[in-house]
Design a protein. Structure first.
Length: 123
């Protein structure tokens, strides 16, 4: 009997270093909550995989008020279903808006290394 082999030799899981972008988080905080449309106490909610003490990429955040953020963290899929949210589409929309309206007008290009448009082009 032959031994099972991997399609591509090497590690199955490759850890990605999450992007940290304070400008993008500030941008998300200025938007209303995507679930209840509240405009105060809105925080960027990380939607990617979470582990103890770690957060997903800042470019995969959505604006949620504190109440909705707690509900989302408890059960992300149930929260999305309840509020009829297409989270990947929201993330793509926020990234697109940010790169065309914020990064394009950035006079000092402080976000040059972490800008979503530059990350997509590099990939």
């Amino acid at each position: 009997m032959t031994e099972p082999s991997q399609i591509q030799p090497g590690p199955i899981y490759q850890k990605e270093v999450p992007v940290r972008d304070p400008e993008y988080r500030r941008f998300i905080k200025r938007l209303p909550c995507v679930a209840c449309l509240r405009t105060w106490m809105v925080d960027p909610a990380h939607t990617g995989p979470h582990a103890l003490g770690t957060k997903g990429c800042d470019l995969k955040t959505i604006p949620l008020c504190r109440k909705c953020h707690r509900e989302f963290d408890a059960a992300p899929q149930a929260f999305a279903d309840k509020h009829k949210l297409d989270i990947p589409a929201l993330i793509q929309m926020f990234n697109s808006f940010y790169q065309t309206n914020i990064c394009a007008k950035c006079p000092r290009m402080a976000c040059a290394k972490q800008c979503p448009s530059r990350i997509e082009r590099a990939a």
